[in-house]
Design a protein around this ligand. Structure first.
Ligand code: GLU
Length: 505
């Protein structure tokens, strides 16, 4: 035990997209840390962004965590005495604390308009001054406030960050962090719609839920000085912080959805074993004594030593994952059980019911089945540049088309009708032949060949996660799109006009 007080850790994902492998990674370490110290692991849903939060994504957080075998002691779906565990059900609490800060003069109403903020931003950019809010409403008189309110102007509530001094906190992984207060913006606590910002809700909840250790990814460390200040203003003792190294791609850059498959479901759908995936994730941020690489969750909990948490970025190397997965496959699945497992993965009744209508009239013999639809059951299509660039399409042009297709799908959805719609738009945007250019390019991307079962149904059946990965794979093989060109492609997509870009590529 490292503390007299009960250890309580949490993850606090926002349900704004399908679970990123980073969410699973953080959940795993929070669970390990809690269990190694006899504590509790809590799941809280941070759904204050009402526009982007979706129940469907919330469900998928539960599902993906359970896929790798993680369970939580308290959470929206399992209850607990610190509930509710969804921020959208806790609005009154945030309001109460915000009112307290206003009353004590530690926060203020700021009536600055969006246009004024934009002007501030432009001036700061021009003059090289510090970016951010210039605190113009920090010391309004009560008359000025009354006037603004009479005008019916909307307002946000901001924290009065001290103008001098330093925010100091100790991160258990990174050591002592000091930030001059002058570098911290007067943080918005409550938005004009009366909903709290992430910062306020996060701090209030960690306090009320008695979270002892906040273990989260490195990307949040820049928010921590704000959290320390909000804790201070509210008279709370801040939790202990541990900021874990980020997951990196093999290029050494932050693992990103734009370049790598980052959805946990991609790995599930590609046939990785949950135990192996969990083992792999734990290796990202931790090394076992004796450099042992294959172990169970129980083993790591029993032997956990905080000092063995890594301090620099962890490379998410799929080759390593493949190796680990193979060890599990050999050691933990008996020969007699193998077909059962493969069947459950990709040859189950539910999937086959959907696949049969697509292949029924397209085979002469059963022997044609694998040839026709083998692409559903493989992770590598062995693509070539040639097959991805029909007629006179160049590799760079094909990248543009595929990237625009991906954006279309992300915007409209991955169901058959949306897929069809997004693909039709491609010939409009780039002025290329739908049947002779777009269609073969897409067949090649998803199936590795120019003929097969119906394209749009197949993409829908392949599913968002694997379909996305195939698009990224094809773009990569074709040489990718440079950072300089990307905004031009984006513009072409948004304006539905990329003919000029296409001809010069
Ligand atoms: N809602 C944040 C997220 O989406 C939580 C970050 C934290 O752990 O404080 O990850």
């Amino acid at each position: 035990m490292i503390h007299a007080m009960k250890i309580r850790t949490r993850i606090a994902p926002s349900p704004t997209g399908h679970p990123h492998v980073g969410t699973l990674y953080m959940a795993l370490f929070n669970l390990i840390f809690a269990k190694a110290n006899g504590g509790d692991f809590i799941l809280r849903i941070e759904d204050t962004d009402q526009k982007r939060s979706k129940v469907e994504y919330e469900e998928s957080i539960y599902e993906s965590l359970r896929w790798i075998g993680l369970e939580w002691d308290e959470g929206p779906d399992v209850g607990g005495k610190y509930g509710p565990y969804k921020q959208s059900e806790r609005s009154e609490l945030y309001k109460k604390y915000c009112d307290q800060l206003l009353k004590e003069g530690k926060a203020y109403k700021c009536f600055t308009t969006g246009a004024e903020l934009e002007e501030m931003r432009l001036i700061a950019k021009k003059t090289g001054a510090r970016l951010g809010y210039d605190r113009r409403h920090r010391n309004l008189t009560s008359d000025e406030i009354a006037d603004f309110e009479k005008e019916g102007r909307s307002f946000v509530v901001r924290l009065k960050v001290p103008l001098t001094g330093e925010v100091v906190f100790t991160d258990q992984i990174k050591g002592v962090i000091k930030v001059p207060c002058a570098d911290v913006d007067d943080q918005v606590l409550m938005k004009s719609d009366g909903l709290p910002t992430y910062h306020l809700a996060n701090v209030v909840d960690d306090h009320l839920m008695e979270i002892s250790h906040v273990i989260r990814g490195d990307e949040w460390i820049s928010s921590t000085p704000k959290h320390v200040l909000i804790n201070e203003a509210l008279g709370f003792t801040a939790p202990t912080y541990l900021h874990m190294p980020l997951l990196l791609g093999t290029d050494g850059k932050k693992l990103s959805k734009r370049k790598n498959p980052t959805s946990a479901y991609f790995y599930r759908d590609s046939g990785y074993l949950p135990e192996a995936f969990l083992n792999f994730l734990s290796l990202m941020g931790y090394s076992m004594e004796g450099d042992k690489e294959i172990y169970t969750l129980d083993e790591i909990i029993k032997t956990f030593n905080q000092k063995r948490i890594g301090t620099s970025g962890a490379v998410f190397d799929v080759k390593k994952l493949d190796w680990i997965n193979q060890q599990y496959l050999i050691d933990s699945i008996k020969e007699d059980d193998l077909w059962g497992r493969i069947k459950d993965w990709g040859f189950n009744e539910t999937f086959m019911k959907k696949l049969m209508p697509l292949v029924h009239t397209r085979m002469k013999t059963f022997g044609d089945f694998i040839d026709l639809c083998g692409f559903f059951f493989v992770n590598n299509l062995h693509l070539t540049e040639e097959i991805l660039t029909p007629r006179k399409v160049t590799p760079q042009q094909a990248c543009f088309v595929l990237q625009a297709f991906l954006w279309g799908l992300e915007k409209d959805g991955w169901d058959k009708a949306s897929v069809e719609n997004s693909s039709k738009k491609l010939s409009e945007i780039f002025g290329i032949h739908f049947k002779k250019e777009v269609i073969p390019m897409l067949f090649a991307t998803f199936m590795g060949k120019h003929t097969g079962p119906p394209l749009f149904d197949s993409i829908e059946l392949l599913g968002e996660h694997r379909a996305r990965a195939r698009i990224l794979e094809a773009i990569k093989l074709l040489g990718g799109i440079s950072n300089k060109k990307m905004p031009l492609v984006q513009k072409a997509f948004e304006k539905s006009d990329g003919k000029e870009l296409f001809t010069t590529a």
